[in-house]
Structure formats: structure tokens, C-alpha cells
Design a protein around this ligand. Structure first.
Ligand code: COA
Length: 258
């Protein structure tokens, strides 16, 4: 994989690990870093050897402590909107990745960091992780999809509380609220993500992509059900369904092509 200024990327047995590497700034997302995340995700999606992706932060303290506040100085309204739009577009690349993406939340996940974790399909948090949307402290609001995704994950009432109080919630509370999938010891974090991806890796990649597309289409209306129908129908046109059903009939484990 190509070198990045603010990321470390590695391919570990078919799992792409993207580490945001600005630990002295608590991995705050400056423009360069967000663009690089988008590039790294696109590379991992295009790489046939990659079955799943992990995004994490460097150092023991932070996943990502937010967008880089210093870059907000002297932005006009239009510039602020444009910046948020391009960040949202990159986070949508993550959310729409046909390969599973897990956020390994190794500390503070604040503002854009909480939003980045929510753009991932699953979240595993270390015991010291803290989540929050503290933008109102700065006279701002979440701009990378936080007002929308937080409502989906924890419901309107708690989402509003978190955004309006700018409070932080510890990993265990995030687990209770359904924001994260697992909480583990810090030194078990990446191993837990790999364990999850190793399970997903044995399933039909085409079906996994369909699950992601159909689930992303959820908007509480009939449109989501229609998307499910489309994806369900598509499954019947894949090689994976032939292999999956044959394997079941032949009483063996399926071997899906990647
Ligand atoms: N943007 C830019 N720089 C940030 C940052 C951010 N979102 N979050 C942390 N940093 C920088 C600090 O400025 C500091 O840099 P410096 O050493 O050059 O001064 C460094 O990271 C360490 O942060 P510090 O505040 O000293 O650590 P702490 O342990 O005392 O506090 C936090 C940790 C997370 C509570 C605190 O850094 C914080 O509140 N960050 C901002 C969170 C936020 O509002 N995020 C939403 C942004 S929209």
C-alpha cells in the first residue's frame, strides 16, 4: 500500500488496518487526514486480498479527538459547509464500503471521531474509550453526519442529550446504549476486531455487501423494504448462492470466491 502522511496502513492476513497517526494531536482529523482516510478506504476496497477493514487511532489515549479545531478558524459559512460536505462524502465511502469496516475505538472518540466511528459498520471499544459530540462547546454542531447517525444508533432522546450537553459517555454506557458492539481491554482491542472479521470472512462476500447496502437503505419508510427486495433478488444472480446452497446440500463448509 502507498505511504500516507498521517496514516499507517497494513494488510494483516487479508485485513486492512488503517491507523490514524497524529497521536500528539490526539489524532484530530485535519483536512489531509480525512482525505487520506478516504484514499486508504478506497484502496482497501479495491484490493482483492482485503476481506475487511479496521480503523483505529495511534497511541493509548485517543481514537480521534475530533475534527482539527485549528482549521475552523476564519472559515466563512460557505467554506464551513463545503468542508463538512466533503467530510460527509468521505464518511459515506466508509459506510457504503462493500467490505465490512470496524472502528477499533482505543480512547477518546469525540466530535468527528465519534462520527467516524459511527460511519463504520461495527464499533469495538476499549475500556478507556469515551464518546461524545462536544461541538456546542465551540459554537458548532456535528457536521460529518453526527446529528443523523447518532439518532439512528441511540435514539433521538439520548442523541439530543449528548449533543446538547456536550457530555462524554464511557465505553460501558455506549455499550448499554447500543452505540458499540463490544467493550474489551485495550490490549485485546485489535484482536477482537480481527476475530469478528475472521467470522465475517467465511461468509458470502456478495451477501455481506448486500446486507450492508440494504441496511444502509433503512430510512423508516417503504423505500428500505424495496432496497431489501432488490438486494435479495440480486443474491440469486451470484456465484455465491450456488456455492452456499451446494455446500449445504453436500454437508460441507462453503468456499466463497473473493
Ligand atoms: N483539534 C485540534 N487539536 C486537538 C484536538 C482537536 N479536536 N483535540 C486535541 N487536540 C490537541 C491539543 O490542542 C493538544 O495539542 P498541543 O499539545 O499542541 O496543545 C493535544 O491535542 C493534546 O490535547 P490536550 O487537550 O492537551 O489533552 P487533554 O488530555 O488535556 O484533553 C481532550 C483531552 C480530548 C478532553 C481535549 O483535547 C479536548 O477537549 N479536545 C477537543 C475535543 C473536541 O471538542 N472535539 C470536537 C471538535 S469539533
Amino acid at each position: 500500500m502507498s505511504a500516507f502522511q498521517n496514516l499507517i496502513t497494513e494488510n494483516k492476513d487479508g485485513i486492512s488496518i488503517i491507523t490514524i497517526n497524529r497521536p500528539d494531536k490526539l489524532n484530530a482529523l485535519n483536512r489531509q487526514t480525512i482525505v487520506e482516510i478516504g484514499e486508504a478506504i478506497k484502496q482497501a476496497i479495491a484490493d482483492k486480498s482485503v476481506a475487511g477493514i479496521i480503523i483505529t487511532g495511534s497511541g493509548p489515549k485517543a481514537f480521534v479527538a475530533g475534527a482539527d479545531i485549528k482549521e475552523f478558524m476564519s472559515l466563512s459559512g460557505d467554506q464551513g459547509k463545503a468542508m463538512a460536505r466533503s467530510g460527509q462524502e468521505i464518511f459515506q465511502v466508509i459506510e457504503n464500503s462493500p467490505k465490512p469496516v470496524i472502528a477499533a475505538v482505543n480512547g477518546f472518540a469525540l466530535g468527528g471521531g465519534c462520527e467516524l466511528s459511527m460511519a463504520c459498520h461495527l464499533r469495538v471499544a476499549s475500556e478507556n474509550a469515551q464518546f461524545g459530540q462536544p461541538e456546542v462547546n465551540l459554537g458548532l454542531i456535528p457536521g460529518y453526519g453526527g446529528t443523523q447517525r447518532l439518532v439512528r444508533y441511540i435514539g433521538r432522546s439520548k442523541a439530543l442529550e449528548l449533543m446538547m450537553t456536550a457530555g462524554m459517555i464511557p465505553a460501558q454506557q455506549a455499550l448499554q446504549l447500543g452505540l458499540v458492539n463490544y467493550v474489551v481491554a485495550p490490549d485485546a482491542l485489535i484482536a477482537k476486531c480481527i476475530e469478528l472479521l475472521n467470522v465475517i470472512k467465511t461468509k458470502s462476500p456478495e451477501a455481506i455487501s448486500s446486507v450492508i447496502r440494504a441496511t444502509n437503505a433503512y430510512d423508516g419508510t417503504q423505500q428500505g423494504f424495496e432496497a431489501e427486495l432488490t438486494e435479495f433478488g440480486k443474491c440469486f444472480t451470484t456465484e455465491d448462492i450456488k456455492e452456499g446452497i451446494n455446500a449445504f446440500i453436500e454437508k460441507r463448509k462453503p468456499q466463497f470466491a473473493r
